[in-house]
Write a protein that binds this ligand. Structure first.
Ligand SMILES: Cc1cc2nc3c(=O)[nH]c(=O)nc-3n(C[C@H](O)[C@H](O)[C@H](O)COP(=O)(O)OP(=O)(O)OC[C@H]3O[C@@H](n4cnc5c(N)ncnc54)[C@H](O)[C@@H]3O)c2cc1C
Length: 413
């Protein structure tokens, strides 16, 4: 057998690629994985992990600013942003090294090179041909610009560029209020940067339930984040942002966060596409589940993918949104987070839990709360397993927790 012959060849070493590689190896296949940049993909190097590492610093700073309220006096509080960035880099590096080792120990052959499909069962990289019985392409996605508004990596920044800032701007305009825009708005605002968000839709977070969007708008207003909703950007010229409303904004820089485009020219037959390049849900856990489903055959309901937006309070949802349901066809339970004892202990009582049901089953949940990222998992498990509300009521929920809010909702459905 030629030494360049494998059962599985994978192009792209992000969550989709490395998950497929590890699961295939565990099931006894020989695997080669090609990565043109750094193992871990966008998620580990330019996405989920670095943003959450910076967000953690921002949250600690924000908490400390009002810590005297809870009996902790901090004097001379200040931000050393260079250190914030340095820690982010260390966190990413530590996790990348660990992933590289996991891949190595599992016996995945990792080739650091740009690769391409070069015919049926063939991959070309470094001028060599690799014969692979099966090929997976998991090349991910890149930031998308707007027509007439390109990234210049200085004034108009992408989500990649913003991670490379070594000092904080005085002000920033964020175009787009999806998860990336909202998380960066929270980070910059916590670090006392003047933030303006521009959103073409009527509300922030256009993919969320409208009640969630409105609550986030209220929270942002209280943090003095300026919002221009139902507003397009007509042009950016001489460091000025011209809005469709006629307003002109002059921030120190702009973050353009209006979505991502799959990194693929054209799809080829007999190749499996996974993760962001597949072109539907662009989330790391979707990529991971898709890879596991492809390799190990573990079933996966593509309609039950939770969405989470990080920051304080977290935002999470799954299933149907209320605005998409016909009146009278569903039931609704709503509780305020301030009704939960734990939220007052934590000094974090803003938000709500809303659960929608039909025929005694949960069909959607929308949460704005500390720990929403974990709460949504409880609902996801119930929905995935079609558990009746009557049966969920039998579950013993610990006290004091935010989960009690879910428990309380069950009795209102
Ligand atoms: C700022 C930001 C924050 C995010 N936060 C979250 C979050 O909190 N939660 C979440 O679930 N998702 C988040 N995401 C989305 C998440 O990062 C992606 O959904 C996920 O990385 C997709 O995984 P993937 O394997 O499909 O692709 P990627 O992670 O993009 O990996 C693709 C890899 O393929 C490599 N590659 C491309 N072309 C080639 C080639 N020709 N040859 C060899 N290698 C190639 C690339 O270098 C890359 O490493 C975030 C994204 C961004 C930008």
């Amino acid at each position: 057998m030629n030494e360049n012959t494998y059962d599985l060849g994978i192009i792209g070493g992000g969550p989709a690629g490395y998950t497929a590689a590890l699961h295939a190896k565990a099931s006894g296949l020989s695997v080669v994985m090609f990565e043109k940049d750094k193992v871990g993909g966008v998620c580990l190097n330019r996405g989920c992990i670095p943003t959450k590492a910076i967000l953690h610093s921002a949250e600690v700073y924000e908490d400390l600013k009002c810590s005297s309220d809870i009996g902790i006096n901090c004097e001379g509080l200040s931000v050393d942003f260079a250190k914030v960035v340095e820690r982010k880099e260390r966190t990413v590096e530590k996790l990348r090294k660990s992933l590289e080792l996991t891949l190595k120990n599992a016996g995945v052959v990792t080739v650091i090179a740009r690769a391409e499909v070069a015919g049926e069962n063939k991959i070309k990289a470094n001028g060599e041909l690799y014969e692979c019985s099966k090929i997976i392409v998991a090349t991910g996605s890149s930031p998308r610009a707007l027509k007439g508004i390109e990234f210049d990596n200085e004034f108009v920044l992408s989500s990649d560029d913003v991670l490379n800032l070594t000092s904080l701007p005085k002000s920033i305009a964020i175009i787009g209020s999806g998860a990336i825009g909202i998380e960066w708005a929270r980070i910059f605002s916590a670090f006392d940067v003047e933030v303006t968000i521009i959103e073409a839709a009527e509300h922030l977070l256009p993919l969320a339930d409208t009640e969630v969007s409105k609550r986030v708008e209220r929270i942002f207003k209280s943090k003095k984040i300026k919002m221009y909703l139902s507003n397009g950007v007509q042009k950016i010229e001489d460091k000025k942002v011209y809005l469709s409303s006629g307003d002109i904004i002059e921030p120190e820089c702009v973050l353009l966060a209006v979505g991502r485009k799959p990194d693929i020219d054209k799809k080829t037959d007999n190749v499996t596409y996974l993760g962001d390049v597949y072109g539907s849900v662009q989330l790391a856990h979707f990529a991971i589940k898709q890879a596991i489903s492809e390799i190990s055959g573990v079933e996966f309901d593509k309609n039950l993918v939770p969405s989470v937006v990080y920051g304080c309070p977290e935002i999470a949802w799954i299933g149907k949104r209320e605005q998409d349901l016909e009146e009278g066809t569903y039931k609704k339970a709503n509780i305020l987070i301030s009704a939960l004892g734990k939220s007052h202990c934590d000094n974090c009582s803003d938000g709500f839990i809303k659960i929608l049901s039909r025929d005694n089953k949960i069909i959607g949940a929308h949460i704005v709360s500390k720990e929403a990222s974990s709460l949504i998992q409880e609902i996801t498990i119930a929905m995935q397993n079609n558990i009746a509300i009557e049966d969920l009521k039998k579950v013993c929920f610990a006290h004091p927790t935010y989960s009690e809010g879910i428990f309380d909702c069950l009795f209102k459905l």
